[in-house]
Design a protein around this ligand. Sequence first.
Ligand code: B12
Ligand code: SF4
Ligand code: SF4
Length: 397
Amino acid sequence: MPSSSSIPTPTIAPEAVSSLPTQADLRALARQAGFTEAGIVPIPYVQTERDAARFTEFVETGRSATMNYLARRNEQGELIRSKVEVPFPWARSVVVCLASYHADAPLSIASADAAAGWIARYAWSSRKDPNGNVRPSDYHKVLLKRLRALEASMHEAYGEFECRAYVDTGPVVERSIARAAGLGWTGKNTCLIHPKLGSWNFLAVLVTALPVAAESTPLVVPDRCGSCTRCIDACPTDALFEPYRMDASRCIAYLTIEHRGAISEELLAGMGRQILGCDICQDVCPWNRKAPISTDSELAPRRELINPSLEWLAEMEEADFERLFNGSPVRRAGFLGLRRNIAVAMGNSRLARFLPWLERWSDSAQAETVAVQDAALWALKQIQGSRTTELPPEDGK
Ligand code: B12
Ligand code: SF4
Ligand code: SF4
């Protein structure tokens, strides 16, 4: 199994674990399966109802934007994701696993070439294939494979039990459960922050019908944000409109990855150079400063995706996009979604060298979608507007 952090991995033989899972047993089994950290939480947990209320508020106030899967209800009208018990009435515990993807690479907030875009850190991942070639990797696949290995070792240790494995896509609010499992606190930026590993971590869960050993209730990590408000102050689109609360419809991660179609003009300037996802509220977080660098060989950064040149990305045709991003989280934005985002970043760069692409994409005969065309027209205005202000007045005064 790939090692995923500098913390030494304890080994454990399945026959050595107790008859019901304890925190220590599960942590050891999860680390053997390749995770950085893990915890197990009984279902329901102490703050189940409070978290359900928070999730309900998020959806009912429209903050889930067009992510309709978050707002799905069952026949009784309950929000399916509000509590683990709603989709899984048989659940007695959730094993929450964490995998660090922190890379030794610049932050998005560091100074960079104005002609470079930003792809969020989580999407840089790669692995080497058996021939030593670097291939894009996607945490969904990588971690699901590890969850399956963990599930198998748990069956060996505890016998047969109902179990579901999810990375991101299951009907559960992973960060709530991770917090309840003692893996960190919810930061004011809404991310799960582990006291040693920071927030550059993926989450993966196993919902199980196994009760947790009575003496092994997780210790919840207290909130350590204190009086800090760096993430809120740094968010360029005011998506973090209050501590711990996000309006996803304003979040650049949502706009660049999940949102289809044109982006509201009001938000375009704030998007800056982010072309896929956004790392700003984590880059400014002091808890990420000392986070150890991950050595996970299946989540290794692809250097060409760090501060990528917008020109390089703009030259890409759909076949190139497929070749570069097949098997990568970048693919979720889609070729034309990424192109729309590139046009916005070009506009925000104010660089005249991007005019040829923007002119082509803004031409209705050549633009492939209204979203790309709209973004290109807006970007042209930004560049042309800033050039006009740079010119001396015509009468020479
Ligand atoms: C939808 C979604 C998004 C949406 C909405 C994000 C959001 N804040 O809800 C968008 C597209 C914007 C997004 C962005 C990102 N995402 Co996302 N996303 C999800 C997904 C699929 C569901 C999240 C969800 O249910 N949100 C609903 C809200 C209510 O949940 P929440 O914000 O976690 O709410 C908690 C707190 O805000 C808090 N809370 C709410 N109200 C209040 C009020 C008070 C007073 C207090 C104290 C607390 C509090 O309690 C809630 C429960 O714990 C999860 C995977 C999953 N199945 O859980 C991944 C997930 C959350 N995303 C993840 C990642 C990596 C990202 C990005 C970093 C990617 C990027 N770089 O672009 C950004 C981070 C942006 C950010 N600051 O959150 C990771 C997070 C890992 C971590 N360490 O936190 C997850 C867990 C995926 C995974 N399997 O690893 N994401
Ligand atoms: S990811 Fe970016 S846009 Fe979203 S809340 Fe954080 S700083 Fe704001
Ligand atoms: S930047 Fe500050 S307020 Fe925001 S999550 Fe980090 S510690 Fe908390």
